[in-house]
Design a protein around this ligand. Structure first.
Ligand SMILES: [Zn+2]
Length: 442
């Protein structure tokens, strides 16, 4: 207050300085500011470029001190300490998963495990239904899903209902009784050779039997074609590989709260589609948050083309379902993702790189659109009366348009989740799209 008064007084009273001196001083001050800001900016832009910076001197410039610089987009920052490096190593090691499927010989072999004719027939039939639906809506309407989408949808149904089995505790192989978790064991040489790095041990619950059951956790999708069982890790690994085998571009999505799933690129929709094989879920990215009520910090999608932070696809309401992101500063996550992209795209042609950059930008727009839409929805829920009369309470709240949707999915929780995994009933195909229609053009 005192400052403001002084300032106002200064403006009102005649200035003892001549205009010349004042002008000169102002100009010098402006130049000083400009040079300092320029220097800061240059030191930032000489910081690592987002690609091809494998051998980089550690960048330790302090963040800019001018508030005028705060709105500059996040500049990637290399990991600074042990904890951040560990996260970087984790990301890099996870990013290898989709590369293991890029083996044409093995993918051909994998196709032999699929009843291709049945899947193509189902896909053909369903894509005709989508076409007819679109036509009935009027000329110029695009079918909801294309043929390739329908192939993956048919694959998903077959995989969940007829091929893969969920395993919590494997039953006793001697007397088929339930077993009790006993601990971990070292993999046997043949288990190790088939890609198991961990083996869970279970003991038969029948005293007289006393058998031990081994449950090797195989990492190789092609081994999983034979074992055909596991938990979400095995499901997502094997199913994603099969999507690749039928010719789709595929991503493996890692979630920091211990779940993994698949994303498939829809050429028809020109966007990545959420697919969870354990749940037979197609394009239901809100399943985990609004459905199961889970809180999520990170979802990172890995593909043979790079990595993307896709958290905003799965966590729409950050306030309600977002967990604090404490693994690394956001600038470091940017750096790590840019590094993985650069690695994966290093040997690609200029055109391919350009195309992928375009896709990245398009997806960024989609994710930003999700984010802004969610905020707008939250704002729409605010009742003006609540603001005008504080303490009016939630009783006067407007009906929440999302509440019903969330309630539909809330029949979840861990127990419900497990129960539903055993379910084989045929769901209603094609009408579970929770996403907004395809992106606005810009
Ligand atoms: Zn037994």
């Amino acid at each position: 207050m005192a400052d403001r008064n002084t300032l106002r007084r200064g403006a009102e009273t005649p200035n003892p300085m001549t205009d010349e001196v004042a002008k000169d001083l102002t100009e010098r001050w402006r130049q000083k500011l400009s040079t300092t800001r320029m220097n800061e900016l240059q030191s930032r832009s000489s910081s690592p470029a987002p690609r091809g910076f494998a051998s980089q001197t550690p960048h330790s410039a302090p963040p800019p001190s001018y508030s005028s610089l705060r709105n500059i987009p996040l500049v990637p920052m290399p990991p600074q300490d042990h904890k951040q490096l560990r996260f970087k190593n984790l990301m890099h090691s996870l990013s290898n998963m989709p590369c293991r499927w890029e083996n044409p010989g093995l993918l051909d072999e994998a196709l032999k495990a699929i009843p291709l004719e049945q899947i193509y027939n189902e896909a053909e039939e369903e894509s005709q239904i989508f076409k007819a639906e679109a036509e009935s809506l009027g000329t110029g309407k695009k079918p909801a899903w294309g043929y390739q989408d329908c192939v993956v949808r048919a694959l998903l149904r077959w995989f969940k209902r007829s091929f893969f089995t969920w395993v919590n505790n494997p039953p006793c192989s001697q007397c088929y009784s339930p077993t009790i978790a006993y601990g971990m064991a070292a993999p046997l040489p043949d288990e190790r050779a088939r890609s198991a790095t961990q083996v869970e041990l279970y003991k038969c619950s029948v005293e007289e039997c006393g058998c031990y059951e081994r449950f090797p956790r195989y990492n190789d999708a092609f081994v999983l074609l034979q074992t055909r069982k596991g938990r979400c890790g095995e499901w997502a690994n094997c199913f994603s590989m099969l999507c690749r085998a039928v010719g789709s571009r595929v991503r493996w999505v890692w979630n920091s709260e211990d779940h993994v799933w698949t994303e498939v690129y829809s050429v028809h929709r020109k966007r990545w589609i959420h697919v969870d094989s354990c749940e037979e879920a197609w394009d239901r990215p809100r399943l985990y948050t609004e459905g199961w009520g889970k809180k999520i910090a990170y979802c990172v999608a890995f593909s043979a083309d790079g990595a993307t932070d896709v958290t905003r696809r799965y966590v729409r309401n950050i306030l309600k379902y977002g967990l604090e992101r404490t693994r690394v500063p956001e600038a470091v996550l940017h750096y790590i993702i840019a590094e993985i992209r650069a690695n994966r795209r290093a040997n690609m042609s200029k055109q391919d790189k350009f195309r992928l950059q375009g896709e990245d930008m398009r997806e960024e727009r989609e994710l930003r659109y999700n984010y802004i839409t969610a905020i707008a929805q939250e704002i729409c829920k605010i009742n003006p009366e609540d603001i005008l009369k504080p303490g009016n309470g939630a009783g006067n709240r407007r009906a929440d348009p999302d509440a019903q949707k969330a309630a539909e999915g809330r029949q979840s929780g861990e127990a419900e989740w497990i129960r539903r995994r055993g379910e084989g009933g045929r769901g209603t195909p094609g009408h579970q799209n929770e996403n907004p229609p395809d992106l606005p053009p810009r």
